[in-house]
Design a protein around this ligand. Structure first.
Ligand SMILES: [Zn+2]
Ligand SMILES: [Zn+2]
Length: 396
């Protein structure tokens, strides 16, 4: 019964954590994970707002909305402080609870120092990503950026930034939180309180990879400490010789876990936490590594998604129009509307579901910035603006 409760608790925690952090990922689309994510991120907050409105009226609701505005729409260090609290707290708990077992049966003393260095490097990468320039586009470098990133005229067209009053180069975006245009804009990272762009994607990737390795390292070290304790206390021997437990993994496993949970519950909790976080980081790093290898940004994945769905609707409109009015007339009718997907989707929302020949057409994503794996990776490691040639582009 005790085991059943423990198992249920573990599964429930895992589902909630995964739903909260990864619920919006495409693989969870339409699943209960996505629904839980929606409830945790939007639904529950909506109910809370209604509840505040009911009890405290409009004033209370406005106070909550201004807190929300500060937390979500303005630069703020809340998540940065939370990150430092988590990494500092974890390191402190591990020092207090586990450093006395180092050196141990499986671990040499060197891990006391490597753990410290690993944490310091992690915090260093965090500081570097948080406080480095993501590639702000200004009047003095806009011409160099314009020449480094030509327009593809599919998802990026020549456009003026109404706030910065400069021509916005292809692949850049105006971040409403930081209030600046950022070159090769990926996303605004709340944890870093900074945009991830042309200049600091390399630090961001190093941060993700390092923290994945750090969490994995912590998990393995704690597991080796526990294995060492089992050896030192001769637990297996005592269980088999004195308690008559059969000498097989299947019979010993529950007894060993029970002994560990009673004597080393802190280490087990920290180990599970680090293992879950390392899995999430591996997924996040993998996703961003795929983007880097194909020279796409998170911002561009949304733009491509929009473009492809617009193109599909356009084809559907063409097909149904052709079916109704005849091919020649339909082509004339639609060609006039063939403009990029800038809030024109609504035009095609109500078109018939009748699928014509063109609907079946595969809409290809022609990413002109993808220049092969090696050059794409090189562009991340040494961004255009860090190259000497970038300075001379200004004259273009
Ligand atoms: Zn701007
Ligand atoms: Zn930003």
């Amino acid at each position: 019964m005790q085991w059943l409760l423990l198992g249920c608790h573990g599964c429930l925690t895992l589902v909630v954590v995964v739903s909260f952090l990864c619920g919006q990922w495409p693989i969870f689309q339409g699943t209960f994970i996505q629904r839980i994510h929606y409830f945790i991120t939007i639904g529950a907050y909506d109910y809370f707002l209604r509840f505040v409105m009911l009890i405290f009226g409009t004033k209370g609701q406005n106070a909550i909305l201004s807190v929300e505005h500060y937390c979500c729409d303005r630069p703020n260090p809340i998540l940065q402080i939370l990150y430092l609290a988590i990494i500092g707290g974890m390191y402190f708990i591990i020092i207090k609870s586990s450093f006395r077992y180092i050196p141990g049966y499986y671990l040499s003393e060197v891990h006391r120092y490597t753990a410290f260095i690993a944490v310091i490097v992690g915090v260093g990468l965090f500081v570097l990503t948080s406080f480095s320039d993501p590639g702000t586009v200004k009047a003095d470098n806009v011409s160099a950026y314009l020449s480094a990133y030509p327009y593809d005229n599919i998802i990026f067209m020549e456009k003026q930034c109404s706030t910065c009053k400069i021509t916005r180069p292809a692949r850049s975006k105006h971040c409403s939180i930081c209030d600046r245009c950022v070159a090769r804009f990926d996303h605004h990272c709340g944890w870093m309180n900074n945009c991830i762009g042309e200049k600091n994607t390399r630090y961001f990737m190093a941060f993700l990879l390092w923290h994945f390795v750090l969490c994995l390292y912590g998990t393995v070290v704690l597991a080796l400490i526990l294995c060492g304790q089992l050896k030192d206390h001769k637990v297996i021997y005592i269980l088999t010789a004195y308690y008559g437990v059969e000498d097989s993994l299947y019979s010993l496993f529950p007894h060993v876990v029970q002994w560990l949970l009673i004597s080393y519950n802190t280490q087990i909790l920290v180990m599970v936490f680090l293992a879950v976080v390392s899995l999430l980081l591996a997924g996040f790093f993998g996703y961003h590594a795929c983007l880097c290898l194909t020279n796409t940004t998170t911002n561009e994945t949304f733009k491509w998604k929009d473009y492809i769905s617009w193109k599909k609707r356009l084809n559907e409109a063409k097909a149904s129009s052709a079916a109704l009015k005849g091919d020649t007339f339909a082509d004339e009718n639609v060609s006039g509307r063939e403009k990029p997907p800038q809030k024109r989707h609504a035009l095609f929302c109500c078109t018939r579901q009748k699928v014509g020949e063109k609907v079946g057409e595969v809409i290809a994503k022609k990413n002109m910035y993808d220049r092969g794996v090696l050059r794409n990776v090189f562009e991340i490691i040494i961004p255009f603006s860090a190259r000497r040639s970038f300075l001379f582009r200004k004259s273009d």
